[in-house]
Design a protein around this ligand. Structure first.
Ligand SMILES: [Zn+2]
Length: 376
């Protein structure tokens, strides 16, 4: 049993994150996220989990604790150990997996033939194709590993803190007030740093904002809807539908099934529903779903046992949704197809690639309407 022994799961090794000892190359994102979270870790929450699992697996002894041995990577000097460090430190242009995650997974690669083979090939020939193949193997393993979560795209301390935090059922921001909604917001902000949102209906990335919509624009947008091939119950903007189908095929090739739980929402029906619900702002009428640019995905559980209920309560379930292979796949590979997260809702993704506003309005008389400079 190694010093990085796992969290006691049976089967092939998955995540074995100790805190990494070396800090010289912690990336800037980690620093930024730590700045966000440190006050909470030290003042508010009081449930920061242990950062070591070593005590669970080593025999108890009455001897005084031995001085920790220097990790093998520092004293062995073996080529493969140095190469692991090289790969961990030089893969950020290829993946959102963190250097810390890559480092630990490669040190425990023996449980995955795909990772071991790709690593050996890159060790023989450190060329871009071999590097890409190794990252692909690491990402696929990550996506299908029930022990991983999209929170692992943060650093290890934050992942453990958010996933093991004793959330109150009502901590999802909005609705019945929970005591830790501020922490839920920070979790989302941290995720937004590593996997930014590009909201289609608000912020500076919007295709169109509520303040700028008129009847002509609504008519144009609805004319752009088309049924999603293979899931014809749902419609999307024609560009979103085309990209979605390509994305669904790519995910299927990776063993991940993308399935729409909810797609378009007719703005008139949504408006009427919002009115019936006494929502005088009729917020529902201007969801990205009403633009045909949003999908709520079914989120299968990582252990294969059914799907998550799409709900904002309890908060612990919303956090656990990030272990779904669908959510992890979208986080790592959705951007290549123009799909972006709404980090508060792990199930909700929006189509809004860079430059899409111009494409969306290409056939609208006069082109894309001016956006009100005031952001919502
Ligand atoms: Zn949604």
């Amino acid at each position: 049993m190694g010093r990085f022994e796992s969290l006691g799961r049976p089967g092939p090794p998955g995540i074995h994150f100790p805190i990494r000892k070396r800090k010289s190359r912690m990336n800037r994102i980690t620093h930024a996220v730590l700045l966000l979270i440190l006050p909470l870790l030290t003042v508010g929450c009081g449930t920061a989990p242990s950062t070591s699992t070593r005590g669970d697996t080593e025999p108890q002894t009455t001897q005084p604790p031995a001085i920790e041995p220097v990790p093998a990577v520092f004293n062995s000097g073996s080529r493969s150990d140095r190469f692991i460090e090289h790969v961990a430190d030089n893969s950020q242009h290829l993946t959102r997996l963190t250097p810390g995650y890559i480092y630990e997974r490669l040190h425990h690669r023996e449980g995955s033939e795909a990772i071991s083979d790709a690593f050996d090939r890159m060790l023989v020939a450190d060329v871009p194709d071999a590097h890409r193949a190794l990252i692909d193997a690491l990402e696929l393993d990550f996506i299908h590993d029930p022990a991983t979560s999209s929170l692992d795209l943060l650093n290890y301390e934050l992942r453990v803190h958010f996933s093991e935090f004793d959330w109150h059922d009502d901590d999802y921001p909005g609705g019945p007030e929970g005591p830790n909604e501020a922490l839920a917001d920070i979790m989302v902000d941290a995720l937004d740093i590593v996997r930014p949102e590009r909201r289609a209906n608000r912020s500076r990335t919007a295709v169109i904002r509520r303040a700028n919509v008129n009847d002509d624009i609504w008519t144009y947008m609805l004319d752009q809807w088309k049924p999603v091939p293979g899931e014809g119950k749902w419609k999307l903007n024609r560009f979103a539908a085309e990209a979605y189908v390509r994305m669904r095929e790519a995910a299927a090739a990776d063993g991940v099934t993308l399935k729409i739980k909810s797609g378009h929402r007719d703005p008139k029906q949504a408006q009427a529903g919002a009115a019936r619900a006494g929502n005088r702002f009729a917020v529902a009428s201007f969801s990205s779903h009403s633009l045909g640019l949003a999908v709520d995905f079914e989120l299968p559980r990582a252990d294969g046992d059914g799907t998550f209920n799409i709900t904002t309560r309890p908060m612990s379930s919303v956090v656990a949704m990030r272990t779904s292979p669908v959510h992890k796949w979208l986080h790592l590979r959705g951007e290549a197809f123009g799909w972006y997260p709404f980090q508060h809702e792990p199930w909700h993704w929006e189509f809004n690639p860079d430059g899409f506003r111009g494409v969306f309005f290409a056939e609208f008389p006069g082109g894309a309407p001016e956006l009100d400079p005031v952001f919502e």
